[in-house]
Design a protein around this ligand. Structure first.
Ligand SMILES: [Zn+2]
Ligand SMILES: [Zn+2]
Length: 363
């Protein structure tokens, strides 16, 4: 028999980066074969197990599997996904052999940190009808085991937007013969703070300049190409879309303003997106229902005052089925996620399994 803390120790000792969770999957599958009644379905980079009661309804629980790098470049479970996996396994162990009135799919997802894993697991929804998918993240700074319910959004959506400009190179002595993208890009940077004021967004949103690159350190050449990379962030997916459209529109206007009309007409704008995380939105009626039920059943539950600004790729599932996402306090004194001293608190493992079982009751 393997205890949950022994399972966690094993996962914790084998951190693997996004997309390479080989050993992790093996550890999980070995445990689940021994300690649960799940039938396992291996899909390569991801897998799922089903607690099958031949029931009419199926609920999904998602756990993410990837680790991250410390500031020294070594791998560690600095986001607590080792704990997320172990708590899902604890729930599978708790419901083994029980009749709870529905089937439960436990999805073990790779690559949450780079935003690619959830999208990779979407074929699951063609294989199985899943009526609702649930997810959680541990949150340092809140009492250990406290369930944190949000109001409409658990984690902001974010999107990397790359705007690449092709102008025209020239001899540095004859800049008037060229079209240097630096002028349009700097116009855009100056326009960014106004976007907040120009448009009435529903909720919090922000735009961060990540990099600007124009030309090379060759002082004889007037640059002909340049690029700006921005991270856009918003609480609502509708706002994220409007923010993206607005930034692109501002870029086009900046080009018209920066150059004479015949030059502006020659500038080519290429738009790419990277690291797309939809906002993890919840339905306010679910938030209220969960809060009420947790309190009725004697669980410590509180409102998360603001959505997490760091994104979560769980939002991809919202396009496929109903979803619900919540936070779980991992201790007031717990170091922040993604910092070197972070270690998932083992005291939370059993508690987390219990919370998951309660969530299966609630929905
Ligand atoms: Zn993380
Ligand atoms: Zn995480």
């Amino acid at each position: 028999m393997t205890s949950i803390s022994a399972l966690w120790q094993n996962l914790h000792a084998h951190p693997e980066p996004a997309g390479q969770e080989h050993q992790t999957r093996k550890i999980l599958q070995d445990y689940l074969r021994q300690e649960s009644d799940l039938q396992l379905f291996d899909r390569g980079s991801w897998f799922y197990g089903i607690h099958d009661e031949q029931a009419a309804e199926t609920i999904g629980i998602r756990a993410d599997m990837d680790a991250i790098f410390t500031s020294r470049g070594t791998l560690f479970h600095g986001c607590g996904h080792d704990g997320h996996m172990a708590m899902a396994c604890a729930c599978a162990h708790r419901i083994a052999g029980k009749k709870i009135g529905r089937n439960v799919v436990f999805l073990f997802q790779p690559a949450e940190e780079n935003g690619q894993g959830a999208a990779e697991c979407l074929p699951l929804f063609a294989e199985r009808r899943i009526d609702r998918m649930l997810g959680l993240h541990n949150i340092p700074g809140y009492p250990l085991g406290q369930v944190l319910v949000t109001r409409g959004t658990f984690a902001d959506g974010s999107l990397g937007l790359i705007l690449h400009l092709k102008g025209k190179q020239s001899h540095a002595a004859y800049p008037e013969d060229g079209i240097n993208p630096a002028f349009a890009i700097s116009q855009l940077v100056c326009r960014l703070p106004q976007i907040q004021r120009l448009i009435c967004f529903e909720q919090f949103q922000e735009t961060t300049v990540i990099y600007v690159h124009v030309g090379e350190p060759n002082f004889g050449i007037n640059a002909g190409e340049g690029e700006i990379g921005l991270t856009l962030r918003a609480q609502k997916n509708t706002d994220l879309k409007r923010l993206k459209e607005t930034v692109i529109q501002e870029m086009k206007e900046a080009i018209l303003e920066a150059y004479a009309p015949e030059q502006a007409a020659q500038v080519q704008l290429e738009i790419r997106e990277q690291d797309v995380f939809p906002a993890t939105e919840t339905r306010p009626e679910d938030d209220a229902h969960v809060m009420q039920m947790l309190q009725r059943d004697g669980f410590d539950a509180a409102l998360l005052p603001d959505p997490m600004r760091s994104a979560e790729d769980f939002g991809h599932y919202t396009a496929k089925t109903e979803t619900f996402f919540f936070g779980l306090g991992s201790g007031i004194e717990q170091p922040n996620l993604h910092t070197d001293p972070y270690v998932f608190p083992t005291e939370l493992l059993e508690k987390g399994g219990q919370v998951w079982e309660e969530m299966l009751k609630i929905f």
